[in-house]
Design a protein. Structure first.
Length: 293
């Protein structure tokens, strides 16, 4: 098999360096007999002799010298790769790849990533906005942020916060249309929706809605709501800044219950790089100290 041939070439490289089976065996911590057998097998596979043996010395054949020179280059490459991997594992540089829902990314994650790069400018982010449950190992993602009640068992799952939904509209909208006091009044309002569903869920059931706009991008819907063109139903963290600043007003909050938890998910890895370890610490610290709960 190919990996056995590579092993035999590495063994030969040590013999060529030492020009002694005994010294090479001692360096490699293997028996002289095993080493000699492996070199003979390598010569058989290659179809030519690599060395000329005598009772007192070893001399490389021209083919053996070429193989030994090539193996020196390979050995140096391996050393360089090991050093580079060790450096990359310890340095705070490189790209962190994340998959996360669009509205969580727009409402929260981008600010978190921006603050992290403020402390570690060598870090870049590659964020895939999706509700698809990717395989983090196979699909080459470092982290996933997901809203779920049941995080996957094969991932490390750190709960960040629980959230409710919120129905919000701009003060200018409610200056024209009275605020709803019960979900059954939603048919009297322009409900800007992000799906084909004709209802919005509340703690006591589903209530029908109507409205002039449906769009799958909650950022667009929020922009329309801020301009007084209707009301929206979104996770509360997506509109928290606007509510706190008074740009949006929350209504019907007494009819909404907590619906989900948001988790940071990542695969279990023994030797995690510094950039990933620091990001985990940073995210957990951000949400422990934040007002989102």
């Amino acid at each position: 098999m190919q990996h056995k041939k590579i092993e035999r070439l590495m063994l030969f490289s040590e013999v060529a360096k030492q020009l002694s089976f005994t010294k090479a065996a001692d360096t490699l911590d293997i028996s002289r007999g095993y080493l000699s057998t492996q070199i003979k097998q390598l010569e058989k596979e290659l179809g030519y002799s690599l060395m000329i043996r005598s009772t007192r010395s070893i001399r490389l054949t021209p083919q053996g010298e070429r193989i030994a020179t090539g193996m020196e280059s390979i050995s140096q490459t391996l050393v360089d790769l090991e050093r580079k991997a060790e450096y990359e594992n310890q340095c705070l540089e490189g790209t962190i790849r994340i998959t996360a829902p669009m509205q969580f990314t727009q409402g929260t994650l981008l600010d978190v990533c921006r603050r992290f790069t403020g402390e570690h400018p060598g870090i870049k982010f590659d964020i895939e906005c999706s509700y698809q449950s990717f395989n983090l190992v196979r699909d080459n993602f470092d982290f996933a942020f997901r809203a779920t009640r049941n995080p996957p068992d094969n991932m490390i799952a750190k709960k960040l916060f629980s959230y409710s939904h919120a129905v919000t509209g701009a003060p200018s909208y409610f200056a024209r249309v009275s605020r709803p006091t019960h979900p059954d009044q939603l048919l009297e309002h322009d409900c800007l929706n992000n799906s084909n569903d004709a209802t919005w869920p509340f703690s006591d059931g589903e209530y029908p809605i109507r409205g002039w706009l449906k769009n799958n991008d909650n950022h667009i819907l929020k922009t329309q709501a801020l301009e007084g063109r209707g009301i929206i139903y979104t996770p509360d963290y997506f509109v928290r800044k606007e509510i706190n600043s008074g740009k949006l007003v929350s209504v019907l909050s007494e009819y909404i219950s907590t619906s989900n938890d948001v988790y940071l998910l990542y695969p279990p890895i023994v030797n995690r790089s510094q950039r990933l370890s620091k990001f985990i610490e940073f995210v957990l610290s951000e949400f422990q100290s934040s007002a989102i709960d």
